[in-house]
Write a protein that binds this ligand. Structure first.
Ligand code: GUN
Length: 291
């Protein structure tokens, strides 16, 4: 019988823990942690992410601010805003929502974020620290995956973990973290040039799917008893829904779940943990600032 890694319930529980901590801090006369977000343009998915981040920030008692900038914003203007946020002592951490408009160099913008406020863990300094196993901000989605595995007590030591996708935000950091001491997986990283993908994924005790293709992983690609982590989020038109769409992942759950020992639903799996990780990183940034 497949068991569900319930990210939604776990996110509620962790938010409760954070809210209690914030209440204790403010009761002692300290200010609340402050998370800011910068969003450039009107991309629908990005608007949803940022709205969710704002809502979750308020739920745990954080101060939240959003800097909305038009699509026509120049790179120089964005860098100026980042400089302002880097130097504002009232802001503990901030994120620059990706993707950015094509005329802006994304890496240049990320490089400008102060590593001490980089709660997304995207700057080269934080990625370097992560690879070295030093204290750092870990990117939110892989951190959420790690939290799910840890809190559900999924055995990882010596297990074969196959990661599909090598993005800077998910696949690459997930592969790194799961191979480290504490998780101790043997990790295989697959990507668009991988040969015999299904042969590899069928060997996975833990399969992390972050390829960005709707229902890409089918039952023939999964070993009986595997733990399957689905990082995908896709909106598919569905007239039977009030919203006109439904959300599906990178895994074809209708046929894969029957083979799994554990699986993450979409929605309600990794997604809610991603936002919680960002809140956890912000609280960490706040504590570092106060010490
Ligand atoms: N775009 C998609 N996911 C993310 C994320 O986790 N952080 C930022 N900044 N942008 C994103």
């Amino acid at each position: 019988m497949v068991q569900i890694l319930d990210g939604k319930a776990m996110a509620l529980q962790i938010k409760d823990e954070i809210a209690n901590e914030v209440r204790a801090l403010t009761a002692q006369g300290h200010r609340a942690p402050h998370l800011a977000a910068v969003i450039v343009g009107t991309d629908g998915a990005s608007q949803t992410y940022v709205a969710n981040k704002e809502k979750s920030s308020h739920e745990v008692g954080f101060t939240s601010s959003v800097y909305r900038m038009p699509e026509s914003t120049t790179e120089a203007q964005l860098l100026e805003t980042i400089e302002f946020l880097n130097n504002d002592p009232d802001i503990d951490g901030f994120i620059v929502q990706l993707p950015l408009p094509k005329h802006i160099n994304e890496q240049k913008v990320i490089n400008a974020i102060s590593p001490d406020k980089d709660v997304d863990g995207f700057t080269p300094i934080n990625i370097g620290r992560m690879v070295l196993g030093e204290e750092c901000f870990v990117p939110a989605t892989p951190m959420g995956i790690c939290t799910l595995l840890k809190r559900y007590g999924i055995e990882t030591a010596g297990k074969h973990c196959v990661v599909i996708g090598r993005s800077n935000i998910v696949g690459t950091p997930a592969a790194n973290l799961l191979s480290r001491k504490g998780f101790d997986c043997t990790v295989t990283m697959c990507h668009s040039k991988t040969r015999n993908l299904a042969e590899l994924t069928r060997q996975a005790d833990i399969l992390v799917v972050a390829i960005g293709k709707p229902e890409f992983v089918t039952a023939d690609m999964v070993k009986e008893g595997a733990t399957v982590i689905d990082v995908g989020i896709h909106r598919i038109p569905d007239e039977s829904k009030k919203s006109g769409y439904r959300i599906i992942g990178d895994v074809k759950h209708s046929e894969v779940d029957a083979k799994c020992s554990w699986t993450t639903p979409v929605p309600g799996g990794v997604g809610p943990l991603t936002i919680v990780s960002l809140l956890q990183n912000t609280l960490q940034a706040y504590k570092r600032m106060s010490n």
